[in-house]
Write a protein that binds this ligand. Structure first.
Ligand code: SF4
Length: 343
């Protein structure tokens, strides 16, 4: 049962902020990026978490592993593509890490390697939008900031009982304006981390845990599970991907070094048309999602009798022992490692 609305958060800003801060002092989780105030480390964590779930980043130790390889802006700015992709492996959306390197280079070129803290300077850096700039100001510098991510947007839409789409211009404007009004100038680190945490753990998507909510008395909505409203999602498209598993007489595996836009520089099995290899026996299948695509990846046995294949540009024979050192997109990593054990 959802507790009753008592007063508006906008009218009782200080009380709202205090409730949130008190709750966070006992419920805030100990993430590795909350133990640092370094702007570089904060930026790395924010970029990682933009399209990857916290659980994935934590489970794979991605944050600490990346910082062990690239401990500062100078190391990142000097990174070559192969090392960069390898350190980002498992996180997907690989263009993010290329942009992160651009940011590091700009911080060195324009600011001598020290991150600026003023909003206009931050916003001029490549790859830094208003959310990331706000996160750097709040979490690294402890300065007043405004930042809205998906969790905060959901909490604010429910608190204000906002029934318009939160991902259209007018809705975004209102949500950011409420976030600005409610932002705590005295405790920016705590306030923003608390609001995000509230969205992650209590005011969750679907049915929230209103009985455990520290700001329930400020919450106007009576139907939290119906909020936030979003514009219609793009339809999901099913895609079949056919990959070739081919080993030579020395046991080497044929891999392809991608040069397309989506996964530039990553290694994978050669992907061919269904008409070319779809008739070959299937060795493995793995389903994965990327943006609005649901992909069924089928791996076919290229060593089947009567089949021949001429290596294409980007194809290379690779010793199986070298595979772990290559940067490979997660779906291919999964099937390649499984098949190297099984076959
Ligand atoms: S959990 Fe969300 S919907 Fe429920 S009372 Fe708290 S802010 Fe409102």
């Amino acid at each position: 049962m959802k507790p009753r609305f008592k007063s508006s958060a906008l009218a009782e800003k200080e009380e709202f902020r205090d409730c949130l801060a008190r709750w966070f002092s006992t419920h805030g989780r100990d993430y590795p990026w909350r133990r640092t105030r370094g702007p570089y480390e904060i930026l790395v964590s924010e970029v990682m978490l933009q399209q990857t779930r916290i659980a994935t980043v934590l489970a794979k130790g991605c944050f600490t592993r990346f910082l062990a390889v690239f401990p500062d802006v100078h190391a990142l700015a000097a990174a070559d593509d192969a090392a960069l992709l390898k350190a980002w492996e498992g996180l997907g959306y690989y263009r993010r890490v290329g942009m992160l390197r651009e940011t590091a280079r700009a911080v060195i070129a324009r600011h001598g390697g020290a991150f600026p803290c003023e909003l206009p300077d931050l916003l001029k850096l490549p790859g830094i939008g208003r959310y990331t700039a706000g996160a750097l100001r709040a979490f690294a510098f402890g300065l007043p900031a405004v930042l809205v991510d998906g969790n905060v947007s959901r909490v604010l839409a429910r608190l204000m009982d906002f029934r318009g789409p939160v991902d259209e211009t007018a809705g975004l404007k209102r949500i950011w304006s409420w976030a600005e009004t409610l932002a705590d100038p005295r405790r920016p680190r705590i306030h923003h981390a608390a609001l995000m945490e509230l969205g992650q753990s209590v005011c969750r998507p679907g049915v929230p845990d209103c009985a455990a909510c520290p700001v329930a008395g400020f919450c106007r909505t009576r139907e939290p599970a119906e909020l936030p409203v979003k514009r219609r999602k793009m339809a999901v498209t099913a895609v079949d991907e056919h990959a070739l598993w081919l080993r030579d007489d020395c046991g080497r595996l044929l891999l392809h070094h991608e040069s397309g836009k989506r996964r530039t520089g990553l290694w994978k099995l050669p992907v061919l048309e269904a008409a070319q290899i779809g008739h070959l026996p299937m060795l493995a299948q793995h389903r994965y999602s990327i943006t609005r695509y649901r992909v069924a990846l089928s791996v076919h046995d290229g060593n089947s009798p009567g089949f021949s294949y001429h290596a294409a540009v980007g194809d290379s024979w690779v010793e199986p022992r070298m595979v772990p050192a290559l940067a490979m997109a997660a779906p291919f990593r999964r099937v390649v490692e499984r098949l190297l054990i099984d076959l």
